[in-house]
Design a protein around this ligand. Structure first.
Ligand SMILES: [Fe+2]
Ligand SMILES: [Fe+2]
Length: 309
């Protein structure tokens, strides 16, 4: 399958004074339309393993509403005059375009898993409930400190974007995981998504820093957001895995063992492999581009047949 590349459009209101300049400026990454066909994907597409398939499906159930939240949080602030720079606006548009395409494709896959009787649609709805509960609960605690809902949503997005970039770079690096993706469509879905998460990993971080700076308040806010977001994500994804396995009558030692080995073992675990890069977020002065993935992305774009950018 070939990717269709589209040019992100700039928000015309913000860019009206800069329209001539803006037209000449391009985002640093493209928006690719993939249009995957999921109707031939086998039920246990990951190496024939129910445990591994449900582990990844639980992640996929988080994406449609999770990525919509990222887009909404960024849209809510993009008209701030501090973000009027045409290049920043192009980056934001391209980020929104990529996340919208990810949501679309994960909705497609989740529907195909639903056809096998796995209630992924129900899990998508639970994702939205978790997001709304946390963002409103966080506001109640933080409001006395002058923190707004927009700040909370953006800092949560910044933290979760760091998580997605980190797990994505693990997917691109960890051959033990790649060889288990035995279905070609699903392999391409995850690797395409992983490439793009690394292409746009700095956008929301830069938006956050442009708006709220690098001072102590911003530092505490972004680090608190990472701790809360990781705890919420771990609990939600683990519950989704449990729910998928239980409803599939596969909640047994064999499947749990394969998930542990794949996710949490010291040698090849995707989650354990993420930890050094994940906790680097706490370093004062951290920036997503400190983790250089340019060579890794160049290799994968060639492998996947992405010829532009
Ligand atoms: Fe994404
Ligand atoms: Fe993302």
């Amino acid at each position: 399958m070939n990717a269709t590349v589209t040019s992100p459009t700039v928000n015309t209101q913000v860019a009206s004074n800069n329209s001539i300049k803006a037209n000449a400026i391009k985002a640093s990454f493209p928006v690719r339309r993939m249009d995957f066909e999921f109707n031939q994907v086998p039920e246990y597409w990951m190496n024939g393993s129910a445990g591994l398939t449900h582990f990844m499906t639980a992640l996929s159930a988080l994406f449609p509403d999770g990525e919509k939240f990222f887009v909404d949080s960024t849209r809510a602030v993009r008209n701030d005059p501090k973000l009027a720079d045409p290049y920043m606006q192009k980056e934001i548009s391209a980020f929104i375009g990529q996340e919208a395409m990810h949501s679309k494709e994960h909705v497609g896959f989740n529907q195909s898993a639903n056809f096998y009787g796995h209630d992924v649609k129900g899990l998508e709805k639970k994702t939205n409930t978790v997001i709304q509960t946390f963002r409103k609960g966080f506001l109640k605690v933080a409001k006395p400190f002058g923190i707004t809902q927009e700040m909370i949503d953006l800092t949560a997005t910044t933290a979760l974007e760091h998580f997605t970039a980190t797990i994505a770079s693990q997917l691109l690096r960890n051959e033990e995981i790649q060889i288990k993706m035995t279905d070609e469509t699903m392999y391409r879905l995850w690797m395409w998504h992983a490439v793009e998460e690394n292409e746009h990993k700095a956008v929301v971080y830069d938006v956050f820093e442009t708006l709220y700076g690098r001072g102590p308040k911003a530092y505490v806010l972004r680090n608190t957001a990472l701790v809360v977001a990781m705890a919420a994500l771990f609990c939600t994804q683990s519950y989704f895995v449990y729910s998928l396995l239980k409803n599939d009558n596969k909640l047994n030692a064999k499947e749990l063992g394969s998930i542990f080995k794949y996710g949490y073992s010291l040698k090849h675990g995707i989650i354990t492999g993420m930890i050094p890069e994940l906790v680097d977020y706490f370093r004062p002065g951290f920036h997503p581009n400190d983790h250089d993935t340019n060579a890794l992305l160049a290799r994968w774009k060639e492998k996947l047949g992405f010829n532009t950018h």
